[in-house]
Every structure is written in structure tokens, then in C-alpha cells.
Ligand binder design. Structure first.
Ligand code: MSP
Length: 511
């Protein structure tokens, strides 16, 4: 039987930048955790990320560096892939907008829109922000500055092709209103409708003649296609849309979730759905606009002196500590502060103290009392029920939170098992049971702890994959599937555990 549980998730495709920072990692880590969660939950999942490599900005940077644009982007993308590997990003495809097949499909898309009359030729006069690749109207660019980045916009006039956004305005508003889940969180939906759509959509300039680094319009090759048309198309070109090789497109489109930063929600909820309507394709089910990671309330950048290569944090604190911070610290959808002190505090408090101590103490006790062998008994007490209920009940709660993309809450629910298990150790005092030679009760207590840890580790896999793997190694178990935690007591008896090893080292803050 065909598996009808499918899930298609995307990140934005990144501008090749030599300075990928922790904020870029934030988007990607969250998308990765959601993708891994869906896979664990039995969804046939496709997770797409990639790079957005065309445009005037890249052309200029390559020129400054004395290399061709292609050489310039190739080098950066190699480095970006290394960064994603170091964060354990489990993408199914990394698309580059310089990929030959992507370029060909974008040309076909442009031609199709032109043939259908949704793209027409005209002349463009207006304001343009080169760093953001964005056009602005006089009213939007207050004092001649780009409303997104605050840098000066400049006037341009050239022959250009236009895309009839205005024609689709009413259909778009209707779609947004009839599908409240389409733009999330709700605050972003209101912002789009009130600030951008309701004031009236103007037709969009979708070609440029003032530079070359872009995909040429096939029927008028002094024009290159506007980068956002090129970039947004990646979500369907990656799946083989308009090619013979379109099995993935047929299977995975429409996307279930586009995760994007708040400043690019408008491209994804205005231009993109209108492109899809004009192509007669279904719209993505949801665009989620998350907030930014900021440092001391401001942007992260080299020029502000607060930039650090994310691999430095990974080297110092471990990849799962970095993932944990990104996933746990910031309510998904809001802005959140990033600081190394907070990263250390979180790592020490939650990972080293709560989780690390629990696993270490439990496996060490099992070694001391039972020679590392998994044993149990019938000596239950009512107090066991509380722990068992928390462990068994976590799955449904995590599922509910993940449905709503409340990632920090989902993780906290898993940590509730670990906190409860630590409390259970204090309540049952295994060392006293050992002293009293109450072996039966001791067996039961340690078994309950080991099984609770296993259940927590199964649920933890999407968020902290390395830690979960290490816990399974120490538990010497292959029971890692989502189904294996429906009942309490699956951990096999008679297995010999590996010796305890600390999962996380406490990090000392230099005074
Ligand atoms: N190339 C476009 C996206 C095209 S998608 C069809 C782009 N690229 S980007 O590299 O500038 O940004 C990629 C993503 O990183 C965006 O979602 C952006 O919001 C996110 N972030 C960049 N800085 C960020 C923070 N400081 N914090 C969180 N996310 C941030 O936009």
C-alpha cells in the first residue's frame, strides 16, 4: 500500500556569503529537526535546502575578488555544505540556482508565464536596493533608504518584463482568508494583508538588463530573470517540475511547509503563491515566518564585531549544545537573543545537569549493582506509575506541539521525562535499597529508570541526534523506533550495557 504520509519541507535557499552566522544556522537547524521528527513519525519526508547564487550583488563581489561569479559561488557553497554537515543537517537535496537543470526549468517557467499573458514587456523606473535585490516604491523607501536593511536605494530605468501580480490580488486575499494556516504565525498574516496586499499590488518587474549574472530570458537574451523569480522556483525545480523526471514533483508538491525568516515572508506569501496560481499549481500548505536571532538586540555581522563562525561554537561546546540552544531557547516565531553565556548556561543546566547526570548515574548504578546487565522484578510501588505515565504520555504531547510547530515546548516535554526520572531517583533512593539488600525493588527501580531514559532518547532523536545515538550505544539497544515507545517495558532483559560515559562536560565560565 502506498504510504500517504508524506511531508515536504524547505528552508530558504541562502545567498552565498562568506559569513554564514548562527542566525542562518537557526533556520536550518529548526527545519532539520522538523524533518527528522517527521521521518521518525513515519512520514515519507523530503527536506530541501540550497543556495541562491545569482544577482548583481554576487557579480560585484566576484569582480572585487578578481574571480568569475561561478568560481566565487563554488568556493562558498563548498564551505556552506561543510557547515551544514558539521551541524548534522539531514537534507535530501541541496539545490543550487546555478544547477543546469534548475536554470532550464526557470526559463521554461518564465516562458510559460509569458505565453499565458501573465508576463508582459514594459519599462521600469523606480528604486532598487542592490544588497537586498528588492524593488521599493517612493513611499516604502523612506528618506531614500531600504526599509529592510537601511542602506540607500538607487533609481533605475530600463526596459523590463513585468509580472501581473495585480491580476491575482483578489484571489490571493481569498486564499489567505480561507486558509488561516497558510501564513503562520497569525501576526505575520495580518502584516501581509494590511501592509502589503490591501494597499494594492503593483505589477512586479521580473527582468533586468543592467547586469549579466542571472538566468537569461530565452526569447530576449539581453534580459536576465529577476532573482526572486529564479530563487522561489527552486521549490519546484528541485522536484523535477516540467521535466521528464517529475516523480518527486508529483509525489511531494504541494509543499507542506516553507520555513522562512520574517523579512522574506512577503516574497513567499505574495509573489510565490501568485506564480503558482499563474502556473495553475496548488499552493504550499504553510509558510512559517520565524523571528531572528539577535545579539544584544541587534544584527549579527562582521562589521559590528559580534560575528563568529558557527563551527567555533560547535568546536567549543559540541554540535548538540548548539542545536539545543537554537531549538530550545527561542519561542518559534519570535526574535530571540543569542549569547555565548546563555548557550553555556543552557548546556550546563539542561544537558549536563538534567540529562547527562541522569544517564550517567543510572548506568553507573546498573553497573555497580548488576554488573551492567539489564534486570527487572515485580516489585512495583504506586510511585512508579507517575514516572511511567510521564514517559509514556510524552509522545502524544510532543506530537501535539510539533503539529503546531512549538518546537521548544516539544523539547521541554521530553525533558520533563528526565526531570521526573531524576526526582524518582531522589524518591526511591536506590543506594539505600542496595544497603538494605532490597534487591527486587532495586532491580525494578533501575529498570524503570533505564526504560524512561530509552523512551526519552527515542523522542530526542530529531533534536539532538548525536546525544540520542550515544545514549542508545550506552544502553546497548536497537529499540529506537517511534513504535517502540508505545508501551513501557520494551528494553530487553539480559542485555549487557556499555560502561557509563559522561554525555556532556560542564562548561566553566571564565570569570
Ligand atoms: N536568498 C534569500 C532566500 C530565497 S528563498 C527562495 C535569502 N537568503 S539569506 O541568506 O539572506 O537568508 C536566508 C535565511 O536566513 C532567511 O530566512 C533569513 O531570515 C535567515 N536569517 C538570516 N539572518 C538571521 C538571523 N540573524 N536569525 C535568524 N534567521 C536569519 O533571504
Amino acid at each position: 500500500m502506498e504510504n500517504n504520509k508524506k511531508f515536504y519541507i524547505t528552508t530558504p535557499i541562502y545567498y552565498p556569503s562568506a559569513n554564514f552566522h548562527i542566525g542562518h544556522c537557526y533556520t536550518t537547524i529548526i527545519a532539520d529537526a522538523i524533518a527528522r521528527y517527521k521521518r521518525l513519525n513515519g512520514f515519507d519526508t523530503y527536506f530541501l535546502t540550497g543556495s541562491d547564487e545569482h544577482g548583481q550583488k554576487i557579480e560585484k563581489k566576484a569582480e572585487e575578488a578578481g574571480v568569475t561569479p561561478q568560481e566565487y559561488v563554488d568556493k562558498i557553497i563548498e564551505d556552506a555544505k561543510d557547515l551544514w554537515a558539521s551541524l548534522g543537517i539531514s537534507y535530501d537535496k541541496f539545490i543550487r540556482t546555478t544547477d543546469e537543470d534548475h536554470c532550464e526549468i526557470v526559463q521554461k517557467i518564465f516562458k510559460k508565464l509569458y505565453d499565458n499573458g501573465d508576463i508582459y514587456k514594459g519599462s521600469y523606473k523606480g528604486l532598487y536596493c542592490t544588497p537586498c535585490e528588492s524593488f521599493w516604491t517612493e513611499t516604502q523607501a523612506v528618506d531614500g533608504l531600504c526599509p529592510d536593511c537601511g542602506r540607500p536605494v538607487h533609481e533605475v530605468e530600463e526596459e523590463a518584463y513585468f509580472f501581473k501580480l495585480s491580476k491575482y490580488q483578489d484571489r490571493l486575499v481569498k486564499h489567505i482568508e480561507e486558509h488561516p494556516e497558510f501564513i503562520q504565525p497569525v501576526s505575520r498574516k495580518n502584516e501581509m494583508i494590511n501592509n502589503f496586499i490591501k494597499p494594492g499590488l503593483e505589477d512586479l518587474c521580473v527582468s533586468r538588463t543592467s547586469f549579466n549574472w542571472g538566468i537569461p530570458v530565452t526569447f530576449d537574451d539581453k534580459h536576465v530573470i529577476y532573482v526572486w523569480i529564479d530563487a522561489l522556483s527552486n521549490y519546484i525545480t528541485a522536484l523535477g517540475y516540467l521535466t521528464e523526471n517529475d516523480a518527486n514533483f508529483n509525489k511531494f508538491w504541494p509543499a507542506d511547509l516553507h520555513i522562512v525568516g520574517k523579512e522574506i515572508v512577503r516574497f513567499h506569501t505574495i509573489i510565490w503563491p501568485i506564480m503558482l496560481m499563474a502556473l495553475d499549481l496548488p499552493l504550499p500548505k504553510q509558510v512559517f515566518g520565524h523571528g531572528w536571532l539577535v545579539i544584544n538586540g541587534g544584527k549579527i555581522s562582521k562589521s559590528l564585531g559580534n560575528y563568529k563562525d558557527p563551527r567555533e561554537y560547535i568546536k567549543d561546546y559540541g554540535v548538540d549544545a548548539v542545536r539545543y540552544y537554537a531549538l530550545r531557547e527561542v519561542p518559534f516565531g519570535s526574535d530571540g537573543n543569542f549569547s555565548e553565556e546563555l548557550l553555556i548556561t543552557r548546556t550546563n543546566a539542561d544537558l549536563a545537569n538534567v540529562l547527562g547526570n541522569l544517564v550517567n548515574r543510572t548506568i553507573a548504578m546498573n553497573k555497580k549493582y548488576f554488573d551492567n546487565v539489564v534486570v527487572t522484578s515485580d516489585a512495583t510501588l504506586p510511585i512508579d506509575e507517575e514516572l511511567i505515565n510521564v514517559a509514556i504520555g510524552a509522545k502524544a504531547k510532543v506530537e501535539q506541539y510539533m503539529e503546531e510547530l512549538k518546537v521548544p515546548e516539544a523539547i521541554d516535554e521530553i525533558f520533563e521525562i528526565f526531570r521526573r526520572a531524576n526526582k524518582y531517583i531522589d524518591e526511591t533512593t536506590p543506594w539505600i535499597l542496595a544497603k538494605e539488600e532490597n534487591k527486587d525493588r532495586l532491580k525494578k527501580v533501575i529498570y524503570n529508570l533505564l526504560e524512561s531514559i530509552r523512551i526519552g532518547a527515542v523522542l530526542l532523536q530529531p533534536y539532538l541526534p548525536n546525544t540520542a545515538k550515544e545514549i542508545f550505544r550506552q544502553l546497548n539497544t536497537e529499540l529506537t523506533s517511534y513504535d517502540s515507545i508505545d508501551e513501557f517495558g520494551a528494553l530487553e532483559l539480559g542485555k549487557v550495557l556499555n560502561d557509563p560515559e559522561p554525555l556532556f562536560k560542564r562548561i566553566e565560565i571564565e570569570k
